[in-house]
Design a protein. Structure first.
Length: 338
């Protein structure tokens, strides 16, 4: 399935899996809270020098795959988000995953089930783009056996909130100092103009791009860039997310859970999942399994304990399908060979 390469893919860098120290963990959580916070602000809250923060940031980019990226909340734009499951022959999985990963409207692509299943999050910009991919290109792709698409109906946890928000590295005062003002509840979908689109395109490649660089890249004045940034963040369209290697945080198990829940218990189960430290994403979706969740665990024993003691204790959960991620092809951005 041919697709044009995603612009701005970062070069592959050699990485280690050395354990991170407390300051590294604090910096990761701080960036999840406010990905554009200046190093001086981060240094002030964390009680270290600007140079220390800058040095740690650069090192984490190499050792932990750290990337801060500007993302859009599609629901604020009146668009739908989907989770797509594809079953294919083992010889097709890698090529198909790479083709999907190069698309700018996909994220979180993983290989499952011995390489015969592929799962990805998809954010089509229009119903036409959605239909072209789901009804035309994917079903016609050679060696694809089946396509199952699940529309996200309600997000319980995810978007601007990720697993790093639950890291507990920051103390309450540090966390409060770095937490941005809450985003208001939307009334009508936000409409983007050409200037907004140009700005978002640059931030999708690097969320910490300076105002001067944003001005040069978009052809707008620095004051106009700042106004657009503030407006897009205030209305919730723009948020900043952190991409990182999970192994560096001591997690060897990455799994997707598909829960079949009694409809009357959906909201309660969703809220419970959002509070679990293991959960980095949870949403109600269409399909036989009506909640999907992404979880991180230290090892298979920890996953078993989580399933048996935490998930098993939730009233209304009728069935759980567990799919281990064998390899994550794309997190937020695509880095070939990652």
């Amino acid at each position: 399935m041919p697709s044009r390469p995603e612009s701005g893919s970062a070069p592959v860098e050699s990485r280690t899996t050395d354990p991170l120290d407390p300051l590294d963990l604090k910096l990761l959580q701080a960036l999840q809270l406010d990905g554009r916070a200046p190093f001086s602000r981060l240094a002030d809250v964390l009680g270290v020098s600007d140079q220390t923060v800058a040095r740690r940031y650069r090192r984490l980019r190499t050792t932990a795959g750290l990337r801060v990226l500007g993302m859009t909340d599609e629901s604020r734009l009146g668009r739908q988000s989907w989770v797509v499951r594809l079953r294919c022959t083992p010889d097709a999985a890698e090529q198909l995953a790479a083709a999907l990963a190069r698309r700018p409207d996909t994220s979180y692509i993983g290989l499952f089930s011995g390489g015969t299943e592929l799962m990805c999050a998809m954010k089509p910009r229009s119903s036409q783009e959605r239909d072209e991919l789901l009804f035309d290109r994917l079903p016609r792709t050679p060696r694809v056996i089946s396509v199952s698409a699940h529309c996200l109906l309600h997000s319980y946890y995810g978007g601007a909130l990720g697993w790093l928000n639950k890291l507990r590295a920051l103390d309450p005062d540090e966390e409060a100092a770095l937490t941005p003002p809450p985003v208001g509840t939307p009334t009508d979908p936000v409409t983007l103009d050409a200037g907004d689109e140009a700005l978002l395109a640059v931030l999708r490649r690097d969320g910490r791009t300076s105002l001067t660089e944003l001005q040069t890249s978009t052809g707008q004045t620095e004051s106009a860039v700042k106004r657009r940034l503030d407006r897009l963040r205030a209305c919730g369209v723009l948020y900043f997310d952190v991409q990182h290697d999970q192994q560096s945080l001591g997690h060897s198990i990455d799994a997707m859970l598909w829960l079949t829940v009694t409809p009357s218990a959906l909201a309660e189960v969703g809220r419970a999942l959002a509070g679990h430290r293991e959960v980095g994403f949870a949403a109600a979706v269409t399909g036989q399994a009506n909640i999907v969740a992404a979880v991180l665990c230290r090892d298979t024993g920890a996953l078993y304990t989580y399933l048996s003691e935490r998930i098993g204790a939730l009233d209304g959960v009728q069935a759980v399908e567990t799919a281990l991620t064998l390899r994550q092809v794309k997190q937020l951005t695509y880095e070939p060979g990652r």
